[in-house]
Design a protein around this ligand. Structure first.
Ligand SMILES: [Fe+2]
Ligand SMILES: [Fe+2]
Length: 133
């Protein structure tokens, strides 16, 4: 359901591969939200968020290295958006969610909405700028 579409491709293979992996993680958030068998989703949610934190850090550093290599003028502005995303992700408060099933689903829904909005917007409107330059 959540995966790369033709319009998301930058044409830079390494970057596209990493974006595809980010969509896989978004799909995992979607699947976790719709999992009706699991009674406590807190461990899976914690794991998913830490994987997101790690993987976006890796992707952002590769992307920033690439922008530096092509002497991209808007690098500082672009990197600032990456830092803002990292901060938002770190702010997800999971400690209070144990044993609160509805609260867990609400947190996963919020995470999913945030990820989908941010990722698609960022790839289409911000990442594409260094491709077009
Ligand atoms: Fe980016
Ligand atoms: Fe990116």
């Amino acid at each position: 359901m959540y995966k790369m579409k033709p319009e998301y491709y930058t044409g830079i293979m390494a970057i596209d591969k990493e974006h595809a992996r980010l969509f896989e993680l978004v799909q995992q958030a979607h699947d976790l939200l719709n999992n009706d068998i699991l009674l406590d989703k807190s461990d899976r949610l914690t794991d998913l968020i830490s994987e997101l934190i790690n993987y976006t850090r890796t992707h952002f550093s590769h992307e920033e290295e690439y922008m530096e290599s092509i002497h991209y003028e808007q690098l500082a502005l672009h990197a600032a958006q990456h830092r803002k995303f990292e901060e938002s992700l770190a702010e997800f408060d999971l400690d209070s969610l144990e044993e609160d099933y509805d609260g867990q689903n609400e947190a996963i829904q919020n995470l999913l909405d945030f990820l989908v909005n941010w990722l698609i917007n960022h790839i289409m409107k911000v990442d594409m700028l260094y491709v077009k330059q």
